[in-house]
Design a protein around this ligand. Structure first.
Ligand code: SF4
Length: 322
């Protein structure tokens, strides 16, 4: 039986890794490179083995070249047959080429960004690559136990999770999940870091309540405020993402965060004279950046708010995102 610890770059998966070391039995560690992490997270994962004496973290990566190629065919046939305008078809064909960045390529293929209600990113960027590139070849000869760093106190969804679970995914494969830190608090995970002399991912000291995609589609308001203030280049990167994904969308629009994120939501654009509705305007990343700087309930943002708001957590059942 092979034990494999999934590493996200966050404190919880690191705690699982260190617990696996304490167990004193051989294990492997894996991370799925989404192409959308902070450089500090890549470096932290790369150095984890050297800093703890545990196994090197193996890296898997999704590739959406085939899906993007298939979508080009659909745009040229189905979209045209459905009466999608020449302008939108030409824009989609212009952008439907793999960039080599798994997160961006997934969004270009889907013509939209993932959201809390449609969180296909965890499955496509993490669960499937880990399953197909690492678990499946091993499972041909022996069972796999997948260690996941979920904690019940993170969210109502995670509060219901069992310690051991056998899940079946969309591809009908089985996965046995072991959640060794289910009853732990966040403080417990940091205590284990101390015991090993391992500094947690530095992003925790820089206003981030969770570590993973940068930003994650589940990022809290205060995390976004801290991120835009500290790393202004992220805004330009996300503007570029939105422009590319909008071109791959049949609607000709795509925003990184859903319209419901801001209090204004979708804004209707109407003709000034007639008042006839012309279009809908979604809150783009610039609108999100402005919203992230507003106060909540009249209070200024503070570090406590960062941690409280971030605790809503990811609702994925696979525990591959922090
Ligand atoms: S970290 Fe966030 S954006 Fe990245 S795969 Fe997980 S849920 Fe999706």
């Amino acid at each position: 039986m092979q034990h494999i610890v999934s590493i996200s770059g966050g404190k919880d998966s690191a705690a699982c890794y260190m617990l696996a070391m304490l167990r004193g039995m051989p294990f492997r560690a894996v991370t799925a490179d989404t192409g959308h992490e902070h450089p500090a997270t890549y470096e932290w994962i790369e150095k984890l083995s050297e800093r703890t004496g545990g196994p090197k973290v193996e890296v898997v990566r999704a590739d959406f070249s085939k899906q993007i190629q298939r979508k080009r065919g659909l745009v040229q046939t189905k979209w045209v047959a459905e009466g999608v305008t020449d302008e939108i078809v030409a824009a989609a064909l212009d952008v439907l080429h793999p960039t080599g960045n798994p997160f961006l390529d997934l969004c270009i293929w889907k013509g939209r960004f993932p959201s809390r209600m449609a969180q296909f990113c965890t499955e496509w960027l993490k669960a499937i690559p880990i399953e197909t590139q690492l678990f499946a070849p091993i499972r041909a000869t022996e069972p796999v136990v997948s260690w996941q760093g979920e904690r019940r106190s993170e969210s109502p969804n995670r509060a219901r999770l069992p310690r051991f679970q056998r899940v079946q995914t969309i591809d009908q494969y089985d996965r046995v999940i072991f959640r060794p830190i289910l009853h732990w608090t966040a403080e417990n995970t940091f205590e284990l870091h101390k015991q090993f002399g391992l500094a947690p991912n530095p992003l925790y000291r820089q206003g981030m309540g969770r570590v993973g995609c940068f930003p994650c589609i589940n990022s809290a308001k205060a995390e976004l405020a801290a991120m835009f203030a500290r790393w202004p280049d992220v805004l330009e990167m996300l503007r570029n993402y939105e422009a590319l994904v909008a071109k791959a969308s049949k609607r000709g629009q795509a925003t990184f965060f859903p319209a419901s994120t801001t209090p204004q939501g979708v804004q209707l654009v109407a003709d000034q004279k007639s008042g006839i509705r012309l279009d809908e305007k979604l809150p783009n990343i610039d609108a999100i950046e402005q919203w992230s700087r507003t106060t909540r309930g009249g209070r200024q943002l503070d570090g406590l708010f960062v941690m409280q708001d971030a605790a809503a957590g990811c609702s994925s059942q696979y525990g591959l995102c922090e």
